[in-house]
Design a protein around this ligand. Structure first.
Ligand SMILES: [Zn+2]
Length: 170
């Protein structure tokens, strides 16, 4: 029986990787080059109690690592599913954004968000608009579903069908 490297008791009969000390010097660290410490570890003979303590600390560190990695994975999955990235267009319910007419035939701007509502004015293809809201009534036109957008064009405001308008990031 040898003496325990950690507590010094006389009944050491286990071998464990233990901290054996540190030396100070000039080392490259992740932050900068400067005076720092380097820790050393080695196999030493320890008693049964100290071996159990080392094993507990090791398993705790393993679980903390698993927990941190799990949280990172959950965060990454959450980010990739976040609505701000996948549904950018409808994420502007209110507020002023610029937009552009993407229908080659131009955009009919109507008094209300409905095809039955009278046309106030017509904006040509590629005309710039101010988008006041993308959260108007939903309509199906020629088999396609979209909401009506409240828009402003040349000083007048009205409603244009959303599929004919591209919301610009600004
Ligand atoms: Zn010991």
């Amino acid at each position: 029986m040898a003496n325990c490297y950690i507590c010094g008791c006389a009944s050491a009969n286990h071998r464990r990787e233990v901290y054996t000390g540190r030396s100070s010097g000039w080392f490259w660290s992740r932050r900068s080059y400067g005076q720092s410490y380097r820790s050393y570890y080695g196999l030493r003979t320890v008693c049964v109690d100290c071996a159990a303590r080392i094993d507990r600390a090791h398993s705790r560190n393993t679980w903390i690592s698993i927990l941190i990695i799990s949280l990172i994975i959950l965060f990454v999955i959450g980010e990739s599913n976040s609505p701000s990235k996948t549904k950018r267009k409808s994420s502007y319910p209110i507020g002023n954004h610029s937009g552009r007419v993407v229908a080659f035939s131009g955009l009919n701007i109507r008094k209300e968000g409905s095809v039955k509502s009278p046309i106030i004015l017509k904006a040509p293809y590629d005309a710039g608009l101010t988008i006041l809201s993308t959260n108007g009534p939903q309509d199906t036109i020629q088999g396609k579903i979209s909401k009506w957008y409240n828009v402003e064009y040349e000083g007048s405001s009205g409603w244009g069908w959303g599929l004919f308008i591209e919301v610009e990031d600004n």
